[in-house]
Design a protein around this ligand. Structure first.
Ligand SMILES: [Zn+2]
Length: 425
């Protein structure tokens, strides 16, 4: 038995499905070699000699999964929030990302980011770096040290961006990307590379073809952006006159699900054809309500995606979003869905606590395998939450304690964290 075999005692919440919240007060979770063996009211006889960590009256939830964020943008969170997407990229994001060609600056900025991620309730994440291979590897090394399980992507972009932040030719971009993949594919325990074309306006057809070949050669997953902003969607129509909808701009290069596990951020304005193809190809939606609000992109019809059986997770989208704490994404997913229901389309019911908790755990977690739940056989990612810093004279049942943490909690409530059975702190 190694130290990934133990018992956690406390109050557990998890969601086996989007419409089921399980709460178990004062119970015992058995972890064997990093895998959950389930939650029991008493310790089963065969496990009675395992080491026990008593979390007393704290709330224990599966680790949260952030399906979309930009690590280099953490440094300028909540700056330049009065712009829409395309202006914000040009004025704020691109000049700042260019700084990551400097390893010294990158080390300083990425170290701050990695520490924040470590302390947050997130245990898994898929993130963009910048187009610079050297400092992307630096980010991967820093993330490896945190113990979180992450996908990190060297960004590809060879058009429609300033000279100082653009890959010179598709061939050079391919070479850099192949070298980076070769260097990092089997190097880490916790970190994996993920192909990352920034978004269609940033990538020529020639580059996309080369990325498609790299994807097939190494069976890599992929992350990008889709149907975030109306101006962006019009632009993609002009750039790709051969496609019927935005998603096809990726699908035409086999970079849209099926054998290429794919996360698409936003999907605020996806057409029925696009939604159907996402469903057919198993493309994940990363819903980022805070970013969609800040950049005035709109409100994604998440209820429609859940009803259609799409895989949906949540993203902080640092720094379209300002908070790396996914509790914000959970609460705001509920809040914006209520505005959408009231103001846009009353046929789509607002999201509820159970649904956003599911999206933040098992929904997004399934991109990483059997994670995001305490069910038997799931990798044990667990976050221990101390809600005594949110005092009240009332005594709430466990579901309401979870709800208070989602709305009012933050990193300061996280008193311990396990990833795949390994204690991070
Ligand atoms: Zn993004």
């Amino acid at each position: 038995m190694d130290n990934r075999t133990f018992i956690l005692k406390g109050n557990f919440c998890y969601t086996p499905s989007a419409d089921t919240l399980v709460t178990r007060e004062n119970s015992y979770l058995i972890c064997e070699d990093g895998i959950s063996r389930g939650i029991f009211p008493e310790i089963p006889e065969k496990y009675k000699d395992l080491p026990l960590m008593d979390c007393r009256d704290q709330v224990i939830i599966p680790g949260l999964v952030d399906l979309h964020l930009h690590a280099p943008q953490f440094a300028f969170r909540s700056v330049g929030m009065d712009m829409e997407l395309l202006e914000w990229l040009e004025q704020v994001a691109f000049p700042q990302e260019a700084r990551y060609q400097d390893p010294e600056y990158a080390r300083t900025a990425y170290s701050i980011f990695a520490q924040a991620m470590k302390k947050s309730p997130t245990t898994r994440a898929s993130m963009f770096a910048t187009l610079h291979p050297e400092t992307t590897i630096l980010l991967m090394e820093l993330m490896e040290e945190t113990g979180l399980k992450t996908y990190v992507g060297k960004v590809n972009m060879d058009r429609n961006s300033p000279d100082y932040l653009r890959e010179k030719t598709p061939l050079e971009a391919e070479k850099d990307t192949r070298n980076w993949v070769e260097n990092t594919l089997h190097k880490y325990r916790n970190v994996r590379p993920i192909l990352t074309p920034r978004f269609t306006p940033s990538c020529t057809d020639d580059l996309m073809k080369r990325l498609s070949q790299i994807q097939k050669d190494y069976q890599l997953p992929l992350q990008s952006h889709l149907s975030e902003n109306l101006g962006e969607i019009e632009w993609v129509k002009e750039l790709c006159p051969n496609t019927r909808f935005y998603g096809e701009a990726y699908a035409q290069f086999d970079l849209f699900g099926l054998d290429c596990p794919t996360i698409m951020a936003h999907c605020v304005h996806s057409s029925p054809e696009e939604i159907a193809l996402m469903k057919e190809n198993g493309v994940y939606v990363a819903h980022c309500p805070q970013s969609n609000t800040n950049l005035a992109s709109g409100i994604a019809p998440v209820r429609k995606y859940l009803d259609a059986g799409l895989s949906v997770g949540l993203g902080s989208d640092i720094a379209g979003g300002y908070s790396e704490c996914l509790f914000r994404a959970m609460a705001e997913a509920i809040q914006v869905s209520k505005l959408r229901w009231r103001l846009v389309d009353d046929s789509l019911q607002p999201l509820n606590l159970t649904e956003v908790f599911y999206m933040a755990t098992k929904g997004g977690g399934s991109f990483f395998g059997k994670t995001g739940s305490f069910e038997e056989g799931y990798e044990l990612d667990a976050v221990i939450l101390n809600d005594s810093t949110l005092p009240t004279p009332l005594s709430f049942p466990l579901k309401e304690r979870l709800e208070r943490l989602v709305y009012m909690g933050d990193d300061r409530n996280v008193s311990g964290k396990f990833v795949s059975g390994t204690q991070i702190f």
